[in-house]
Design a protein around this ligand. Structure first.
Ligand SMILES: Nc1ncnc2c1ncn2[C@@H]1O[C@@H]2COP(=O)(O)O[C@H]2[C@H]1O
Length: 271
């Protein structure tokens, strides 16, 4: 088993950016909602066990919370629309070179073949974040976009309740900060589950690139995330790691690589 460097993530145009109240970055839980399905606050409901069509939820993932936000299959290869084409958003040379630099060290993109990488680059949309304390993702909401960070830093907050609660500490504890080259927002898209954390901008000017849910699932989940799920399944079996959260396990899975050793004349795969 060896580890590799890996990192963390943007928004569609025309979306309202709402600033959080000055001095109270956690007070408003419904900022930065960009479609009908993301700006809601739903009550928790029972966990839906994986069915035959599911890839399987990791252990301990949002077990007490509403999980499914769409009827879409969790298996990305079950595409109902065979005429689907990835959206293409024209970019300037400057945008392309910034984008390439941003994704160059990102684990998710390093495993894409050239065709898939070009489709994803074409589908990403630049999303300037013009202030700090903008809530890009709200814990408990439905997942709509996956984000790559080009510039700036984004704090991640997790409330153990599974959603933002009223009051000054409603976003919970800060657990992470994601900077340039990193990405976030993949968990809800991968598992059709509510957002696992709240993500807030920390700088005056930041730049994100957003990838829509369908393109994410059809392209990234067919490659990089298949690999992640394979390693996660393996990690779930390791007792020492069983208490990790899904996010922690997924980060370890991203960092794993497979090495093959020659043993007694056989190539023996070892993780
Ligand atoms: N410790 C963490 N726990 C949960 N989510 C995290 C954590 N750190 C970063 N994140 C990201 O925050 C995102 C919130 O939306 P998602 O649940 O879609 O995906 C989540 C992860 O990409």
């Amino acid at each position: 088993m060896k580890t590799k460097n890996q990192t963390p993530s943007p928004l569609p145009p025309t979306l309202p950016l709402q600033l959080l109240p000055p001095g109270s970055p956690f007070a408003n839980s419904s900022n930065f909602s960009f479609n009908a399905s993301s700006g809601h606050s739903q009550p928790p409901s029972a966990f839906r066990p994986p069915g035959p069509d599911d890839q399987g939820f990791p252990n301990n993932y949002n077990m007490t919370r509403r999980t499914s936000v769409s009827a879409e299959s969790l298996t990305p290869t079950h595409h109902q629309d065979s005429n689907w084409k990835a959206p293409y958003h024209q970019k300037t040379e400057d945008q392309l070179s910034r984008l390439r630099a941003s994704v160059s060290s990102n684990f998710l993109f390093s495993h894409l073949d050239d065709d898939s990488a070009n489709l994803v680059l074409g589908a990403l949309v630049e999303k300037p974040i013009p202030a700090k304390d903008i809530k890009v993702i709200t814990q408990g909401d439905a997942g709509d976009y996956f984000y790559v960070v080009e510039r700036g830093a984004f704090d991640i907050y997790v409330n153990p309740a599974g959603h933002v609660t009223p009051g000054p500490d409603g976003m919970g504890q800060k657990v992470n900060t994601i900077g340039p080259g990193g990405s976030f927002g993949e968990l809800a898209l991968m598992y059709n589950a509510p957002r696992a954390a709240t993500v807030v901008s920390t700088e005056k000017e930041s730049t994100l690139w957003s990838l829509d849910r369908v393109t994410f699932r059809r392209i990234l989940m067919d490659s990089a995330f298949q690999r992640r799920r394979m390693y996660e399944s393996f990690l779930e079996e390791v007792p020492l790691l069983s208490t990790l959260t899904l996010y922690e396990r997924s980060k370890i899975a991203d960092a794993l690589d497979t090495q093959k050793f020659l043993l007694w004349g056989y190539h023996y795969p070892r993780r």
